[in-house]
Design a protein around this ligand. Structure first.
Ligand SMILES: [Zn+2]
Length: 62
């Protein structure tokens, strides 16, 4: 399978896969992981937040 989190693949994504993580508020970080809130909303989060507690994900402001 192609690497979807590195290299050229990122360039086709909006903002080249970067943005502000809704969970940790880090700006211009790569948002390549999906975290689901309890209400079913899918959030794009950074690597550091991919294993964040559900409570932190739920507290995130989109
Ligand atoms: Zn984060």
């Amino acid at each position: 399978m192609a690497k979807t989190k590195r290299g050229r693949a990122l360039w086709n994504m909006p903002s080249r896969g970067r943005g502000t993580c809704p969970v940790c508020s880090t700006s211009r970080i790569k948002l390549l992981y999906v975290a689901n809130k309890s209400d079913g909303t899918a959030l794009k989060v950074c690597k550091r937040c991919q294993n964040a507690d559900q409570s932190r994900v739920d507290a995130a402001v989109v």
